[in-house]
Every structure is written in C-alpha cells, then in structure tokens.
Design a protein around this ligand. Structure first.
Ligand code: NIG
Ligand code: FE
Length: 417
C-alpha cells in the first residue's frame, strides 16, 4: 500500500480551519475551499489545497490518486462527545409510560429508569456488552461519526463499572471509529449499596480510580448532578480526588434543576453537558468560562423537554458542542446529525454553528487536539456527502448521510455512489 493518497476533486471542502472556539459563527465565516484535494500521509493530513496544485505534489510523492467523479462536499469526521452506548435492554416501556402521562416516580415504581438498565447491564457478560457497543458505534460511523465518547454508569459497583469500561476498551480495539471512554460511576446511588452518597463515592474513588489508572481504562470522570442523583456537596470532594489523580472532569449539569454548571465552572471541568434547565445566571457563568457547553437535543426529543439554550450560550461567548447522549432511557434515537440539525432549527443556529458543534468544538469537549478540523497534521478523518453545497447537509436534517467515511486515512464506509 502506498504511503500517500490524494482524494479529489472535492466540490466544497469545509475545513473548519478558521472557525473560532468560542461564540457565534456566521455561515459566511466558514472557510470553504472549492475544487479541493486532500493529500493523506498514512493516518494524517499531509496537506489540503486546490486539486490541480495538490495533484502535482501528489505525483512527485508517488501517491495513490483517488479521483472522484461526482460532486462531493467534504466535512471533518463528526465527533459525538457524549453517549451511553454501553448498555443492555430496552426502555421502550418507560418511553410509552412517559408519553401516556405517567410521572418519573410512577415509571421508577414500575421498575423503569436508570436502575432497570443497571440490572440488565449487570446480567450481561463483557462480551455481550462489547458486541452492543460495536453494533451501535458502527451505526454512528456509517452516519459519519468517527470519534465517539462512551460512558460507563450502568454498572454502579467497582466490578461492574470495570466490566463496562473493559468492554469499551475491547470494542475500541475492534472498531474503525475511536472510542473515548468516561467513568460515570456517579450516575446514581446504587439501590443495593449499603451506605450513603458520600460513602459510595469514597468507595469508588479509593478503589476504582486506581484500577482505572493501572489498566489505562479512562482519563475522564463524569457525575450526574441532580437531586435524584448527586448533590454538588457530594461531588466537590469526589472531583477534587479525581483531578488530583489526573482525570479530566465532565458533568451532567442542569438537566432538570440548576447547580451542576456552577460545579463545572468552579472545578474547571472540560465540559458541562445537558443544560436544559440553565437560566440566565448559568448561561452567563458558562459563557464567560472555558468550559464547553454540550447540548444534547436527543434527550430533549426523547423526554419531550426544552432544548438547551444554545443560542444564548453562543451569544454570551460560550463554546457550544452538540452530542447525541445515545442511551436507552432519555435518548434512544442515536442520530447525531439529525438531532444537531433539529437543535439548529429550534435554537436558530447557523449551519456553521451546528457543524462546529459536532466537529471542532466537540473535539474541545473531549480535550482532543488532533481532530475536528481538516488541516496539515490533523487526523485524516472526514466525510464526503454526494451534493454540491454544504447547506444541503443541514437542510435534509440528517437524511442526507455520507457517501464515504474516511477514518485515519482509510475509507471505512462507502455507499458506492
Ligand atoms: O444523560 N441524565 C442522566 N443520564 C442519562 C440518562 C440515563 C438513562 O436514563 O438511562 C442522560 O440523559
Ligand atoms: Fe448522558
């Protein structure tokens, strides 16, 4: 196999090279390259430019020339910065009950909610969980998602959380997409734990955290801050320990009530995710911080709740990423592009802001510097859509899917069109 590959000509290449990290972006500010070519060296981008120019360089380097014979728009590979795709079982009953007007409590009393998924996930073997992740991650990959964050959080004991994180690690070794794992042992107080919130978190940080480091299972720690889960006062000492051990922090914040985003800002978290309940105060706080706000429209659609105030967060100067939150309870759809486009219509986001939210700004939510933009030295992760203008991608609200997905310099999906 040759070391270099040239792909082109590409009708419009949206590199995101000049997109700012913070605040609003107008579509006119997107850097669009016409009749472009991408020269790949192994798994990275060697250079990008006018096809006619870059072809000369490619010939000198004896590159494999992959000539495109139709119109394509190229975007960076999408990044889904928040999912829970390691799970077993369905919560279709919760969904039906919720839509029939039953309360959270009634659903929990009928055996639904997070604990239902915990019970089923605990019954699954490591292999079964690995298979479930592979199946879902491959659906995302076909839709152009080349990097996928995956949380634990349905194990809720040292051994069961380890099983989940090892399944994520196994799946990552057998997938073309990259998985970024996160420990969400602080998802809820497990019903079978003999102790209170603080003693559970102490057990996790004292026993699980060192194993996560030893086995290199994750460098990220998440917590669900909510009255039904953990209070800020429970989480401060937990996060302090995690940070002292070198973990990056991320928070499920302000989903139903406020409090989480303040913890995120005070603890210098990488991201604060959800934010459907954030008010002007929280928007101000997040907008003036370096914490990435992650909107999860899939959860709003799944639960029938308000969307994250994405427009206001951007207008306040915030960093907005958009993720699917794919999980069996609140966000069963698992379609990042569709959800991001829908958030765009309800929150009046420009196409540039939607695209930044699932590429460059999503890479910031995962603290990854090597992806999210198409530029020299970055990973050669990109999508080719069979169309002439990038507006078409958003206009079709996720129904125009990539014809080709490239990951680390190789084509990993093609619809042969
Ligand atoms: O991000 N909010 C908490 N956790 C998940 C839902 C988990 C579940 O219902 O299984 C979320 O929406
Ligand atoms: Fe979540």
């Amino acid at each position: 196999m040759k070391k270099y590959k040239l792909i082109g000509p590409i009708s419009q290449l949206i590199s995101m090279e000049k997109a700012t990290l913070k605040g609003a972006i107008k579509d006119e500010e997107l850097s669009v390259l016409h009749n472009a070519g991408i020269l790949i060296k192994e798994e990275n981008i060697h250079s990008i430019g006018m096809y006619s120019e870059i072809k000369k360089k490619a010939l000198l380097l004896d590159a494999e020339i992959i000539e495109l014979r139709a119109n394509y728009v190229c975007t960076p590979g999408f990044i889904d910065a928040h999912t829970h795709i390691c799970y077993s079982g369905s919560r279709a009953r919760d969904y039906a009950m919720r839509n029939a007007g039953q309360s959270y409590l009634e659903i929990a009393e009928a055996g639904g909610g997070i604990w239902d998924t915990v019970t089923k996930t605990r019954k699954s073997t490591l292999q079964e969980l690995t298979y479930g992740i592979l199946k879902r991650a491959n659906i995302l990959l076909k839709n152009g998602v080349t990097t996928i964050e995956v949380k634990s959080g349905y194990g809720l004991s040292v051994s069961e959380e380890l099983k989940m994180l090892r399944a994520i690690q196994n799946a990552n070794q057998n997938l073309e997409a990259d998985l970024i794992s996160t420990c969400l042992a602080a998802h809820m107080l497990p019903k079978d734990f003999d102790g209170n919130h603080q003693s559970y978190l102490e057990k996790i940080s004292n026993t699980l955290f060192p194993i996560l480091k030893e086995e290199n299972l994750t460098n990220r720690v998440d917590a669900f801050i909510e009255k039904s889960a953990f209070l800020p006062s429970d989480i401060y000492p937990y996060f302090k320990k995690a940070k002292a051990m070198g973990f990056d922090i991320t928070v499920h914040a302000d989903q139903f009530s406020t409090g989480g985003s303040e913890v995120a800002v005070k603890m210098n978290a990488i991201s604060a995710d959800h934010l459907e309940a954030s008010t002007e105060d929280e928007i101000e706080l997040l907008g003036n911080s370096d914490v990435v706000s992650v909107a999860l429209p899939g959860a709003s659609i799944g639960l029938g709740c308000d969307f994250t105030p994405a427009r206001k967060l951007l207008d306040t100067g915030g960093i907005l990423a958009i993720a699917s939150d794919w999980n069996p309870g609140s966000a069963p759809m698992g379609d990042l592009l569709t959800q991001a486009c829908i958030l765009g219509t309800f929150q009046k986001l420009s196409n540039a802001e939607v695209l930044a939210g699932i590429t460059y700004r999503a890479s910031a939510a995962l603290n990854l510097k090597d992806r999210g933009r198409l530029a020299t030295g970055m990973l050669a992760d990109f999508n080719l859509f069979r169309t002439t203008h990038f507006n078409e991608i958003f206009y079709h609200q996720g129904k125009l899917t990539p014809s080709q997905v490239w990951k680390r310099g190789d084509i990993v999906y093609s619809d042969h069109n």
